[in-house]
Ligand binder design. Structure first.
Ligand code: NDP
Length: 356
């Protein structure tokens, strides 16, 4: 039997990373994740035990409290010469941090990316592939909202620079663009042994890997979009126009991190997934179609014209190159994503009435 391949995954406690870990384990990989505390590691192991009873022989953790520290990843990579692949997902993606824009977003995103790539080159020259979780933030052009002649693709770059970061949201957006630039420039100038692929998802929606994440008052930034709509007052009758965005299912995003480890043609590529343009109302319409029991409990807003508005006012995208290169036939549709997310939330609330 051939030996399992080992993947080093940063930010392993995150929404997307837990799905990546699940898909890696199900495909026979071993995973070494980084988390900020031992209690997070213990919790993840306990959750995965329900799916993979022997998970302790396949999944382990290294504690990395802050990816901004220049030597953050050095000892973890030195301790594991078996690591063949590296997935870098860790980056701050929550708002209200009460930190400056550099300290809260720009430094961890850019410095964290530089630190992991530098450590891989120095201490893990056996690594063949690195995948960095970038974002649609590094692709999108704000000025193109509503402009159907401007099509965002794998080749598009957000024109914003550091000086355009004026609040937490723009700082996050620019942090992702600059971090992806750091990664491509590192490969260009340092010429490491590994091949780089980046993944550039828009709003990542979908169920949590484990229901216990729903115990948090608010979910991670993107999943909270669906969760918060379930609190819309029953008599709410205006169209929910915010957020206006483009989405993708978390399970497709997880898969895009793994395919580059198996398909050499994905080396050097930016992988760009999208399922649909949406506004809050588009999601609300799906919720009411799929869950008639919420009638009279959750507001309906103003259902008419939501999809048309989202397409007309949003950014236009073409992800056909990524579909063709990866062999994925179609992105999971928004209806499935919303249905699975809401079903999970309703199930959790039923099981935990004390938290309602
Ligand atoms: P989460 O907030 O759930 O996950 C972020 C992960 O990064 C957590 O494990 C977090 O640890 C860790 N992390 C953040 N800052 C630091 C730090 N300074 N030092 C060490 N660890 C840190 O978010 P997502 O899963 O949604 O995001 C994962 C990646 O995907 C990020 O790079 C994000 O930018 C990117 N992305 C997400 C999108 C989305 O819509 N969700 C869209 C596009 C890109 P802890 O849990 O301990 O805080």
């Amino acid at each position: 039997m051939s030996q399992a391949k080992t993947v080093f995954l940063t930010g392993a406690s995150g929404f997307i990373a837990l799905h990546i870990t699940n898909q890696l384990l199900s495909r026979g990989y071993h995973v070494i994740g980084t988390v900020r505390s031992q209690s997070k590691a213990d919790n993840i192991i306990n959750n995965f035990k329900a799916i993979y009873p022997d998970v302790e022989s396949k999944l382990s953790f290294e504690i990395v409290p802050d990816i901004s520290e220049p030597t953050a990843f050095d000892s973890a990579l030195q301790a594991h010469p078996e690591i063949q692949f590296v997935l870098h997902t860790a980056s701050p993606f929550s708002f209200g941090l009460d930190k400056g824009l550099d300290e809260g977003y720009l430094i961890p995103a850019t410095q964290g990316t530089k630190n992991i790539l530098t450590a891989v080159k120095k201490y893990a020259p056996q690594v063949t592939n690195v995948v960095v979780t970038s974002s649609f933030a590094s692709i999108m052009n704000f000025a193109a909202h509503g402009d159907s002649s401007f099509v965002h693709t794998e080749e598009t770059w957000n024109p914003m620079e550091r000086e355009h970061a004026t609040d937490e949201i723009t700082a996050y957006i620019i942090s992702k663009k600059l971090a992806e630039k750091v990664a491509w420039e590192f490969v260009e100038t340092e010429k490491p042994n590994f091949k780089l692929t980046t993944v550039t998802p828009p709003y990542v929606l979908g169920p949590q890997m484990f229901e216990d994440s729903l115990a948090n008052k608010t979910l991670n930034t993107s999943a909270e979009i669906v969760n918060s709509l379930l609190s819309l007052p029953a008599d709410y009758s205006e169209q929910v126009k915010e957020p206006l965005g483009t989405s993708v299912d978390v399970r497709d995003v997880a898969l895009l991190h793994i395919l580059p480890l198996e398909n050499p043609q994905l080396a050097g590529q930016r992988l760009f997934p999208t399922q649909a343009n949406f506004i809050g109302q588009s999601i609300l319409n799906i919720i009411h179609k799929e869950f008639p029991e919420l009638d009279g409990k959750v507001g309906k807003g103003q259902p008419e014209g939501a999809e048309e508005y989202a397409v007309k006012a949003g950014l236009h995208c073409d992800t056909s190159k990524t579909l063709q290169r990866t062999g994925i036939k179609a992105w999971i549709p928004l209806e499935t994503t919303v249905k699975d997310s809401v079903a999970q939330i309703l199930h959790y609330k039923k099981e935990h009435p004390e938290q309602a």
